[in-house]
Design a binder for this molecule. Structure first.
Ligand code: UD1
Length: 340
């Protein structure tokens, strides 16, 4: 059995990646310091998969610890999901963002070199593309034109990992450029659990549907789009998680580096997303038109042909399933993992 290190394994993406790994016969070792997540997710993962895995509370920046973990658990690959991810906070705390989001990668790369681990899957983001020069974004679209330190930390990580793969011919690196993951595991037991006022649209919609926030701010209805609101390529978190396992399979006999988009290839507006949750929840959501967020674009949409060509991966779940699963999670866990 191949053992995979998942950094940020207690987080929204990492926890769903662990489900996919365990279901497909991999062993998982999670490292998380619970900076933005809860240890309670682990018990739920064991219950819903019926499988066990190793969880370690540690800071991924702790290089000696990462080396110890890699040596002890006979790891084959690293899936690096851990990171700070709040765009506005990154603008006010750039040093913290660069230090953490780059420091984790330095620590992992050093530990890999010392222990002979040669496979790396990185949680990147469509944010690396910046303002679109053309749509859908292909992986050849220029990157680096980001307006905030969070986005720049993804760009820099991509560059560091690409350079590491070039310098180490036995390394294989996949940079997964996520579009907008939403939804939750169909069991309703794990999902996205941001505290306070969410930055992203889906958790905000769900808090309004649960009555935890009074009104949903629509960040601009004057975009050049059919209904005036922003268009994004939302994909189900379980499809995204499967994309990581597909990347691992590809890495079995691949060396070098590849950037690969993970999305559906379709874009959906803010209003359509709201309607999706209204339909599945049976509630009408109060909304308020606000000004555009700085740095926001009218549309983001992935060219998904590379993922299909290299990995044989494509999304399976519909917008209805994304909304139904998101609402099942949110309505059953209105306080996230803290409600029990
Ligand atoms: C955002 C980040 C991006 C990050 C991604 C995943 C920005 C500018 N971009 O992408 O770097 O990789 O999250 O974490 O923050 N919207 C509202 N009201 C809200 C919030 C959002 O109408 O309260 C709209 C936005 O204008 C956009 C859509 O909802 O059209 C999606 O927003 P969001 O979920 O924040 O994702 P992105 O902006 O695509």
């Amino acid at each position: 059995m191949k053992n995979i290190l998942v950094t940020g394994g207690a987080g929204y993406v990492g926890s769903h990646v662990i489900v996919s790994l365990l279901e497909q016969g991999y062993g998982a070792v999670s490292v998380d310091n619970f900076y933005n997540s809860s240890p309670k997710v682990y018990q739920r993962l064991r219950e819903l998969t019926g499988k066990d895995f190793i969880d370690i509370e540690a800071d991924v920046c702790d290089e000696a610890k990462m080396k110890e973990v890699m040596a002890k658990h006979d790891l084959w690959a690293v899936i690096h999901c851990a990171g700070y991810k709040a765009v506005p906070e990154s603008v006010s705390k750039p040093l913290e963002y660069y230090q953490n989001n780059l420091g984790t990668t330095f620590s992992l790369c050093n530990a890999m070199r010392q222990t002979g681990v040669t496979r790396f899957v990185f949680s990147s983001s469509a944010t690396v593309y910046g303002e679109p020069q053309f749509l859908p974004y292909t992986e050849e679209h220029p990157t680096g034109n980001c307006t905030n330190p969070y986005g720049m930390s993804k760009v820099m990580n991509e560059r560091i990992l690409t350079d590491m793969a070039a310098a180490n011919p036995d390394w294989g690196v996949v940079l997964l450029r996520y579009f907008n993951p939403i939804g939750a595991h169909p069991s309703g037991r794990i999902g996205d659990a941001p505290g306070g006022i969410p930055n992203n649209i889906m958790p905000y919609i769900l808090k309004v549907a649960n009555g935890l926030l009074p009104v949903l701010p629509i960040a601009g209805d004057d975009y050049d789009t059919p209904d005036g609101t922003g268009l994004r390529d939302y994909l189900h978190i379980s499809d995204l998680a499967e994309g990581h396992v597909a990347a691992l399979r590809y890495l079995e006999d691949f060396t070098g580096s590849e950037a690969v988009n993970l999305g559906t290839g379709q874009s959906v507006s803010v209003r359509e997303l709201i309607r999706g949750i209204e339909k599945t929840s049976g509630k009408t959501l109060p909304t308020e038109i606000k000004s555009r967020r700085p740095g926001d674009i009218a549309e983001a949409r992935a060219d998904v042909s590379k993922a299909k060509r290299l990995f044989g991966w494509e999304t399976k779940k519909t917008l209805e399933e994304m909304c139904a699963d998101a609402w099942r999670w949110a309505s059953q866990n209105p306080q996230g993992y803290e409600g029990e």
